[in-house]
Design a protein around this ligand. Structure first.
Ligand code: NAP
Length: 285
């Protein structure tokens, strides 16, 4: 029997609509609307498109946009100064520095300095450390989008065997930490894993975040398992064979992809609420 599809587009729309209602309620209580600042250095068209999409999605849910664009030859110190201003600006709840930056700007170094309370990408070392220790904090958007998909489909995580293929800082590693926090028994696989197929066959929940189209084959999947394919723009799972074995599966496109911006909006609202509740600098401790 073919697996049930997880409709990430529909779930992302629901999350976005809910964030919109929550922002409206927050403002109705007398608070300033949450603010999302994006910083884009240079003229890469793909990066400009990502930033534009984030700003547009924010505006749709009532989040204020602060859209900073710097020329290709902007100096490192110029970008640093803008990030410091944004860090100090109470109207700004979340800050995103679009990576990669031109070579004269140390983009990863600057991104790492974003204060944890405004780190709506959840990717700074402090946010990663809070997640690794199971302490409250802002979580990376794609992994938390995956948890939301699982939650909305009532996928049992407690005690389940979860296998994550991929250990990037962006997806695999934080996802493994979130699954562990949800009391799954987590195995993380990577390019040196021996007999990947056999490890995957143990999984009640199998997540592929590799970037190798069609790597995961149908007969690697435990019958009835939940399969989440993060691969983009082409899936890491061989969908035609996997759909015959899985119980639940995400398509590509229309599975994990749409969740990322939805979770960014939710993070921005949560950052605003946490900042209002606690003094700056102590938001997540
Ligand atoms: P990445 O940084 O390149 O990491 C890939 C991971 O896969 C690494 O840990 C690597 O192992 C592992 N790997 C590579 N070949 C393997 C193999 N043959 N067997 C087992 N593991 C293997 O990639 P990423 O940033 O996590 O992205 C992964 C995929 O997700 C990409 O297709 C990307 O486009 C997609 N993505 C989608 C979204 C979204 O939809 N919103 C967001 C982010 C990423 P080593 O660590 O040993 O090298």
């Amino acid at each position: 029997m073919a697996a049930e599809l997880i409709d990430g587009r529909a779930i992302a729309l629901e999350v976005r609509a809910q964030v919109g209602r929550d922002v409206a309620a927050w403002v109705a209580e007398g608070h300033e609307p949450p603010g999302l600042a994006t910083v884009l250095v240079g003229d890469d068209p793909a990066s400009a498109l990502y930033v534009g999409n984030k700003q547009k999605a924010s505006a749709e849910v009532g989040i204020q946009g602060f859209d900073h664009r710097l020329p290709q030859d902007a100096a490192h110190d110029e970008v640093d100064a803008i990030l410091q201003e944004l860090a100090a600006d109470p109207r700004v709840s979340g800050i995103l520095l679009q990576l990669p930056t031109p070579p004269q700007v140390d983009g990863s170094g600057l991104a790492a300095m974003i204060p944890p309370g405004k780190d709506v990408d959840g990717l700074t070392p402090v946010s990663a450390g809070l997640l690794a220790q199971g302490r409250p904090g802002l979580r990376p958007c794609t992994p938390s989008g995956i948890l939301e998909l699982l939650r909305r489909h009532d996928v049992q995580l407690e005690g389940a065997e979860a296998v994550v293929v991929g250990r990037s800082d962006l997806v695999g590693r934080p996802l493994a930490a979130l699954l562990l926090a949800a009391n799954a028994t987590v195995t993380v696989c990577h390019s040196r894993t021996r007999d990947l197929a056999e490890v995957c066959r143990r999984a009640d929940v199998l997540v592929a975040a590799v970037g190798r189209p069609g790597l995961i084959l149908g007969d690697w999947i435990k019958p009835g398992a939940t399969v989440i394919d993060v691969g983009s723009p082409v899936g890491d799972v061989d969908f035609a064979t996997a759909v015959e074995r899985a119980g639940l599966i995400t398509p590509v496109p229309g599975g994990v992809g749409p969740m990322t911006i939805a979770m960014l909006l939710r993070n921005t609202l949560r950052a605003a609420q946490a900042a209002a509740a606690q003094p700056v600098g102590a938001e997540w401790t």
